[in-house]
Unconditional design. Structure first.
Length: 130
């Protein structure tokens, strides 16, 4: 009987893993706003969003948006080669954001599908978390 229960658990793990993968894949299709953003559902109400930016020349890159009160240095990306990245837990909502390169140059996400004017003659990227 003990061996049978382990077999049952093993067989149920694959469908559960496939189901969670499909849920994550479907969520990322509907996010469609932050290029290079990978969405992973978590048990809490927040969703972890992975942001990335590619730059060889930057000495530092931070992300700013209405999710962090437009702080210019609260959420700085970590560098691996020429790829800068950060994972942020965000509750469902619509967010504007931009990257700040070397503490002075604001850039929209170059791969974002949605952008909006920011009132300063430039654009912010849009992220929608469901």
């Amino acid at each position: 009987m003990h061996a049978r229960s382990r077999f049952f658990v093993r067989n149920m793990t694959a469908p559960l893993s496939v189901g969670l993968f499909l849920l994550a894949a479907a969520s990322s299709l509907f996010i469609g706003c932050a290029g290079h953003a990978e969405v992973k559902p978590e048990p809490s109400s927040d969703t972890v969003v992975h942001f990335s930016y590619v730059s060889d020349a930057a000495a530092g890159i931070c992300i700013t948006g209405d999710f962090n009160g437009w702080s210019e240095n609260a959420d700085c990306l970590h560098r691996t080669g020429n790829i800068w990245s950060i994972a942020l837990p965000l509750p469902p909502g619509r967010y504007q954001y931009a990257f700040i390169i070397d503490g002075r140059t604001w850039r929209k996400d170059p791969t974002a599908l949605l952008n909006t004017t920011n009132g300063f003659g430039d654009e912010n990227s849009i992220l929608i978390v469901y």
